[in-house]
Design a protein around this ligand. Structure first.
Ligand code: HEM
Length: 478
């Protein structure tokens, strides 16, 4: 396993802190007398740093230890914020279903990504959220998806035809570039060119800005570049708006300019800009991580690669149509198992608007709550043998995800449930279909990717694989 030097140093530092004896546990707040609720327990970690360093080491191991010590709801200081973590489907359901209107997505997410993605639909609550989501929904209707898929297929074909064959091909950055190219054409309606490259760069800075632990506007820093890029993206979309308003095309930008809810409401210019920036962010790293980790698992488990490729060959076409998506059951199981093992949005943020209860624990007003999706997908007792790649868990005979509505929740749930889940599934499957028809993917049996945490777990070593052109009867598109 190779990893960037800075990462290795960080992990080494983290392991030193992990070996230190745990600090004394304290309650976050005392539950009201007679409430029957338990206090949320945790420990503050080191002065100033809190637990920031330990979670940057092996976040799964740290979480498992915390779960054993404190149970499904606990608190810790991380990157200067006191965070209440929730693990397991019962607690996740309480927060996402939000029946008591006790949780704010706007305040929770603002704490982490606010300045870069302000007024995105995920950073809105209740009536306002519903109003925006209703209009946005028009961009994700079935007939729109059919058109988006037709638009993205040639971009995929051009992109993967240029991928370098042989060992050491870094699947993660290559997929990242390709999903950006897809977004440029399908979301913005742009042909690739120098302008698109500049927008792509600004977009990457924006996402990095939201992921940096150093949250200060210092020139040269990621936060600063992120803020500059936000401004650049706003100017870019504002410049294009009049032309987009004046004519209707098939890209998301145009759809948002013309979308209307049943009661005739439409987006203002600033709304369109905010939703474009947020939606592109929401679509980008999530699909990239899913596709590249699926590629890794298929390279690691050649029997699954053969099975999924057989399915693709049986369709007998170079590119998927929308209706083909239901005819790929093995690919679908691999998709779901990859999202279980490696959910790209590994943590969901909320804030409490009043004193409330999660899983029998007392959580006071003003708490920042983090739903541990990654850890919950990877912990006993929520999943059996959770570190094993076993797509058959999702077969009709087993359907282990159906044991609890929130046992498998890579797309979240409740009113903020991912609006792009069909788009994301379609993009990932269309890409994988073309990839498997053209290439064989291999990794050495001993290889494990170096997983780091940003919005969720991602392969920080770039995922080096061997890409072999297919020949003979296995090849179709080569
Ligand atoms: C495999 C790919 C994807 C995964 C795993 C994923 C995951 C998620 C999750 C977990 C949420 C809920 C966040 C929360 O409740 O706090 C979410 C929301 C959202 N996602 Fe996705 N997403 C994916 C792809 C996409 C794509 C392709 C798009 C757009 C084309 C998209 C657009 C959105 C939007 C707009 C929201 C906010 C919805 C709202 O607040 O009402 N996502 N996504």
């Amino acid at each position: 396993m190779t990893a960037p030097m800075s990462l290795r140093a960080r992990h080494a530092a983290a392991s030193v802190f992990e070996r230190m004896p745990p600090r004394e546990a304290r309650p976050l707040a005392e539950p009201p007398p007679g409430s029957g609720l338990k206090p949320v327990m945790g420990d503050p970690g080191l002065p100033v740093l809190g637990h920031s360093l330990t979670v940057m080491g092996d976040p799964l191991a740290v979480t498992r230890r915390g779960f054993e010590r404190f149970g499904p709801v606990s608190w810790a200081n991380i990157i200067g914020i006191t965070i209440v973590s929730v693990y397991g489907p019962d607690g996740i359901e309480t927060v996402l279903a939000n029946r008591d209107k006790a949780f704010s997505s706007e305040i929770g997410w603002n704490e982490f990504i606010g300045p870069f993605f302000e007024r995105g639909v995920m950073l809105m609550d209740f009536e306002e959220h519903l109003h925006h989501r209703r209009i946005l929904q028009h961009a994700f209707k079935r007939e729109r998806l059919v058109t988006y898929l037709r638009m993205m297929n040639p971009v995929i074909e051009r992109g993967i035809a240029q991928w370098r064959t042989g060992p050491g091909f870094e699947l993660y950055p290559a997929t990242k570039q390709l999903t950006l190219d897809i977004a440029t054409e399908v979301f913005m309606g742009e042909r690739l060119g120098p302008e698109a490259d500049a927008v792509n760069r600004a977009f990457v800075n924006l996402v990095l800005g939201g992921n940096t632990p150093v949250r200060a506007d210092v020139p040269g820093g990621r936060w600063h570049r992120g803020l500059q890029s936000r401004k650049m993206m706003e100017d870019y979309f504002r410049g294009k708006l009049p032309a987009k308003r004046a004519s209707e095309t098939d890209d998301l930008f145009s759809v948002l300019c013309h979308a209307e809810s049943e009661d005739g409401a439409r987006f203002s210019d600033q709304d369109v800009i905010n939703h474009m920036i947020f939606t592109m962010m929401a679509a980008h790293d999530t699909s990239t991580i899913t596709l590249s980790m699926m590629g890794y698992f298929l390279a690691k488990h050649p029997e699954w690669q053969d099975r999924v490729r057989e399915e693709c060959l049986a369709l007998d076409k170079d590119a998927l149509d929308f209706d083909d998506l239901d005819a790929l059951p093995a690919m679908d199981m691999v998709f779901k198992e990859t999202l279980r093992m490696n959910p790209p949005v590994g943590m969901l943020a909320r804030a409490t608007l009043k004193d409330t209860e999660i899983n029998g624990f007392y959580v006071p007003e003003g708490s920042i709550v983090a739903l541990g999706m990654y850890a919950s997908h990877r912990m006993e007792p929520f999943w059996h043998d959770p570190d094993r790649f076993d797509p058959e868990r999702f077969s009709p005979e087993r359907r282990e995800d159906q044991r609890h509505k929130y046992a498998w929740a890579p797309f979240g749930g409740g009113v903020h449930k991912c609006i792009g889940l069909h788009f994301g599934g379609m993009e990932v499957k269309a890409l994988l279909h073309q990839l498997l028809l053209r290439y064989e993917l291999r990794v050495p049996a001993t290889y494990e990717p170096f997983i780091d945490m940003a919005t969720g777990p991602y392969p920080a070593d770039g995922l080096p694989i061997e890409l072999r052109p297919l020949t003979g009867s296995a090849a179709r598109a080569a």
